[in-house]
Design a protein around this ligand. Structure first.
Ligand SMILES: Cc1cc2nc3c(=O)[nH]c(=O)nc-3n(C[C@H](O)[C@H](O)[C@H](O)COP(=O)(O)OP(=O)(O)OC[C@H]3O[C@@H](n4cnc5c(N)ncnc54)[C@H](O)[C@@H]3O)c2cc1C
Length: 440
């Protein structure tokens, strides 16, 4: 059989999983091109000075035992740690609730009279918003307008993208807010009937997290596995162009020209478009993510806190000490990451303003008893796509252009969609099987 040369653009969970599945076939040579000096894509941990032995991640990254990355690299399970995920929401009244919210807490905070209004509103919303054509309509249909607003969910959605809910495509709610549909009033009632069980998955419960040493060590193991199987992983690559030469591809990087039979792209669609000489659409929009690294004392139970209040821009706190320092090794203070979605023009100078906004807010909520200490930060570029109305058509067009050129698209950025790593790693298996079948 002729040898096939495959280029994988991007060394995140999707690209590495694809490389792993292809490397099982002796007639395939795989080269992975990565712009940064790391592998692992968005899965990054950082050690900061003065906090040796503690790794701060960009955010909460959880795995389950059937996770796609573990299917691709089964030995990773030995390095991972089982934890009990206990997410909490800080609601608009600054009380701590089950995530995303609970009926009991809603009644307590809003009183019986307003809860009655919320129920009437829910029944009315079932008629008024039944077409579910926008994000607010979708949420109001399942929760009612009163609960949507007063639970703080509306504000939280805004915080995720830094845009109002009405500007987002309803696809966002369908894909990223399944809990709303699963926990609709109808489902909750039906699930209580004898013999009826609905697939309502609990948000909290047992999960796996990366090893104490951080994602760096986990992904170095992945690199070693791949290199032992003959995969070349090239870091620090600046990709310049990709052209078709008959049935092959010529890829030019800052270092040299390469020839390939297949190209799998997991990099952002605008980057891939630019590589083939097409003008990327300006309508494809992303948000950056600021991760603030703190030490301090968290005064409430739980290991992840979501900001459902009406104020401040931070969206989630992950208390890593409650995953990693739970036994006799527990230190007196906690260490945690705070995530804030920001526009793509945020500069280093803005970090202190963002941190100040968080610190003042957290003091008001009572989650920390004294001001936590900011010990570091990290800016993740293009962390989230923005599901603006009509963006899906633009993306579909750009995907079609890339596919027509012959590029196989994979992963979160390759599809320019929010995809969790579990899904992208599983998609890597389907894609590589399809490619192998086509080339048989
Ligand atoms: C805060 C946060 C929390 C998350 N939590 C979870 C979670 O709990 N569970 C879960 O499953 N998923 C979670 N995710 C999502 C998960 O990180 C993504 O699904 C996953 O990273 C997608 O993998 P990917 O390989 O498609 O893309 P990426 O991880 O983005 O990897 C793409 C790679 O391509 C490289 N690249 C980009 N442009 C170029 C270029 N021009 N040339 C060469 N290389 C390039 C990038 O440097 C990167 O290494 C979270 C994400 C964030 C930001």
């Amino acid at each position: 059989m002729n040898r096939r040369r495959v280029a994988v653009l991007g060394a995140g969970p999707a690209g590495l999983s694809a490389a792993r599945y292809l490397s099982d076939h002796e007639h395939i040579d795989v080269t992975v091109f990565e712009q940064s000096e790391n592998v692992g894509g968005l899965h990054q941990s950082f050690e900061v000075q003065g906090q040796e032995g503690r790794e701060f991640d960009v955010g909460t990254i959880l795995f389950n035992e059937k996770h796609g990355l573990l299917a691709a690299f089964p030995h990773l399970a030995e390095q991972m740690i089982a934890v009990r995920y206990a997410p909490r929401a800080i609601n608009p009244q600054y009380s701590i609730d089950r995530y995303p919210f609970s009926i009991g807490r809603f009644v307590k905070d809003n009183g019986v009279f307003r809860t009655g209004i919320a129920v009437a509103d829910l029944l009315f919303s079932k008629l008024r918003y039944r077409s579910r054509q926008s994000v607010p309509d979708y949420c109001k249909y399942y929760m009612g307008g009163t609960v949507y607003k007063r639970s703080g969910l509306q504000n939280y959605i805004k915080r995720l993208h830094n845009v109002d809910d009405i500007e987002l495509d309803v696809e966002f709610a369908i894909r990223r807010l399944p809990q709303i549909r699963n926990n609709s009033l109808r489902n909750l009632i039906v699930s209580k009937l004898p013999g009826r069980q609905l697939p309502i998955k609990p948000v909290s419960g047992l999960r796996l997290v990366r090893s104490v040493e951080g994602f760096g060590s986990m992904y170095e193991t992945i690199r070693e596995v791949l290199e032992a199987k003959g995969v070349s992983i090239l870091n620090g690559q600046k990709l310049e162009s990709l052209v078709r030469v008959d049935d092959t591809f010529e890829l030019t990087s800052n270092e040299k020209k390469y020839q390939f039979d297949d190209v799998i792209s997991t990099i952002p669609i605008p980057d891939a478009m630019a590589l083939i000489g097409e003008v990327p659409s300006s309508a494809v929009e992303t948000r950056n993510l600021v991760s603030l690294f703190y030490v301090g004392n968290i005064a409430k139970p739980g290991n992840t806190f979501f900001n459902f209040t009406y104020d401040a821009s931070w969206k989630r706190i992950t208390v890593f000490s409650r995953f990693y320092e739970t036994g006799s090794d527990a230190r007196e203070d906690d260490y945690f990451t705070v995530e804030i979605t920001v526009d793509d023009d945020v500069q280093e100078d803005d970090i202190s303003v963002i941190a100040d906004d968080f610190e003042k807010h957290i003091e008001r909520t009572g989650l920390t008893l004294k001001k936590p200490e900011l010990v570091g930060h990290y800016l993740t570029v293009d962390a989230y796509p923005v599901y603006r109305n009509s963006q899906s058509e633009t993306v579909a067009h750009e995907k079609a252009v890339l596919k027509e050129f012959g590029i196989e698209l994979l992963g979160r950025q390759g599809n320019f969609e929010y995809e969790i790593s579990n899904i992208v790693a599983k998609q890597a298996l389907f894609l590589t099987e399809k490619m192998l079948a086509e080339n048989e």
